[in-house]
Design a protein. Structure first.
Length: 554
């Protein structure tokens, strides 16, 4: 049999194995996702130059919509059968979502709620059609119910077609879950991780000083916040990580059991990638397994490494022009992290973005360029705890790695690493321990000691910011040895300093020495009694001061 004929037969077996594997995945249950509801009564505000806005409102009138106009210029025009407001040259602020758009004009006498100006009993508009050259909502993915044409005739026509259908009650998934207890955004008034805020394409995430808040009505399920989150404080819930990973595990194992070879997963989003994949599906090699997800940004480093551990030879991510730039940027950063890990283990960097033009007959050759070597299939189950899944995959990949450098140097943006402590500068004040969101740092309980568990560190930098002595340096790396990674090690320790009165340990020698050095020239510490109080615990210091103040002289 010729090589091409053998290849054709194997491709057919791969296709049959894929069909059976896809059927097997339906046996893995998916937990239902909570939902959020919108209600729209059809009050639509058209914003733009007066003549254009009135023409648009006239076209919308009588289609279950109640239009009104906010004219952004002072052009004269006849009043129509709907209200026409004017900005009067004042700035306009727009925020909200379908059924709850608040439009505020900064008038001469203060802000004016335009919905209330029309009707004292109203606070919001239901829909907005923005005809300006620059949209009033400056995010990559605008909220449901907001349409901005930006001078594009096709976009305007699409808005005219969709707006009449945006009346009634609507429901969408609540795409995320948030655990504030492990959020690394801030502690004790200090700023830490901002990855979710930096990557969110909808503006749904805002800072609440030490925590973040996600507006479920603005969130459109991009999922890149969960991909970027180093601790797993935000997880994607459509589906949850464990459900997705367990389906992928079943898929890959079934594919192999049915005689399929060299599987490569092709992830694509349901709105823009799915039509392209369906169009070219028959031309794809049988071993290319299409995986539809709600949004491309919802799968990241942890999922990709799990797929490789489950037996995939590679992971492809279908990049379309509609993917927001900040999502694409985060995916590229995640791919850089994955590539550093895989190369450090001695594997090929088997994860990459592909464009629509690369999806077709040539995809088989493309995916073979950087294919993973065949390794035994991992048997662990997926977890909703991001770092657990990632370390499960990492440990499996390391067990079968051809050559592994330990630790693996990582890029500066890595969420993995150690910290280096300058023992001469560190006073063991434990400010770093108090702000660590991941329990990577700990004190010695009954002795002056700073401990560290590297598996927990997410390199958020809060410890570095909190350190009053600038004694901490972040060290991005990935420690492969599981025991070393999980074991608490001591970064710095001292013998305790004991109170000179009661003998109770209350500080370290370095703290007392630095306090004495800093206060040596202070007028309040020129006598021996005052200097000696620095060597007392708080209780003895207060008692000594009280006795000194009440001592009656001769």
């Amino acid at each position: 049999m010729s090589e091409s004929a053998a290849g054709g037969e194997q491709d057919q077996r791969n296709r049959q194995a894929l069909a059976a594997a896809l059927a097997a995945t339906t046996q893995v249950a998916i937990a239902p996702t909570a939902s959020v509801e919108y209600r729209s009564r059809g009050l639509v505000l058209v914003i733009g130059p007066r003549d254009e806005a009135i023409a648009a409102a006239q076209r919308l009138a009588g289609q279950s919509l109640a239009p009104c106009v906010l004219a952004t210029d002072g052009a004269e025009g006849a009043q129509d059968s709907f209200p026409v407001l004017q900005t009067g040259g004042h700035a306009v602020r727009l925020e909200g979502y379908l059924g709850q758009f608040q439009v505020i004009a900064e008038g001469a006498s203060g802000p004016v709620n335009l919905a209330r100006a029309l009707d004292p009993d109203r606070e919001y508009f239901d829909l907005v059609l923005d005809l300006g050259s620059e949209p009033l909502v400056g995010v990559d993915l605008t909220p449901f119910g907001y349409y901005a044409s930006c001078g594009n005739a096709d976009a305007l026509e699409q808005a005219f077609q969709e707006l009449p259908d945006m009346v009634g009650e609507f429901e969408k998934p609540r795409y995320f879950e948030y655990d504030p207890d492990i959020c690394a955004h801030g502690r004790s008034g200090l700023k830490g991780c901002t990855r979710c805020l930096d990557t969110c394409p909808t503006g749904a995430i805002t800072s609440l000083h030490e925590l973040i808040q996600v507006d479920p009505y603005l969130c459109q399920g991009g999922g890149v916040c969960a991909t970027a989150c180093p601790t797993g404080a935000i997880i994607y819930a459509y589906p949850k990580p464990a459900d997705l990973l367990n389906r992928l595990r079943r898929l890959l194992r079934s594919y192999r059991d049915q005689g399929g070879t060299d599987p490569v997963l092709l992830f694509f989003d349901s709105e823009n990638g799915a039509p392209l994949v369906r169009e070219r599906e028959t031309s794809l090699a049988g071993r290319i397994i299409p995986i539809e997800v709600e949004e491309l940004g919802s799968v990241g480093l942890d999922a990709w490494l799990c797929c490789l551990a489950f037996g995939a030879r590679g992971v492809l991510l279908l990049d379309t022009p509609q993917v927001p730039e900040r999502v694409r940027s985060e995916l590229c950063e995640q791919i850089d992290l994955a590539s550093a890990i895989l190369r450090g283990l001695g594997y090929a960097a088997a994860i990459r973005l592909v464009s629509g033009g690369e999806i077709g007959p040539g995809t088989q050759a493309l995916s073979l360029e950087n294919a993973m070597r065949d390794i035994p299939l991992a048997g662990f189950l997926g977890s909703n705890r991001k770092r657990d899944s990632l370390y499960y995959a990492l440990d499996h990949l390391r067990t079968h790695a051809p050559a592994a450098a330990d630790p693996i140097p990582m890029p500066d943006a890595s969420p993995f690493g150690a910290i280096r402590v300058d023992e001469q500068a560190c006073t063991l004040c434990m400010a770093c321990v108090s702000v660590c969101p991941a329990s990577a740092l700990s004190d010695g309980v009954d002795k002056p000691q700073l401990g560290f568990i590297e598996a927990n560190c997410v390199q958020c930098g809060l410890c570095d910011v909190a350190c009053p002595e600038n004694a901490i340096t972040l060290l991005p790396r990935l420690l492969l040895d599981r025991d070393k990674r999980m074991t608490r090690r001591v970064l710095n320790e001292e013998e305790p300093f004991h109170c000179v009165v009661c003998g109770k340990p209350f500080a370290t020698m370095s703290v007392i020495e630095r306090m004495q050095d800093k206060l040596r020239g202070h007028w309040m510490f020129q006598d021996a009694d005052a200097r000696r109080r620095l060597q007392m615990c708080q209780d003895c210091r207060v008692k000594d001061m009280f006795e000194s103040e009440n001592t009656v002289g001769p």
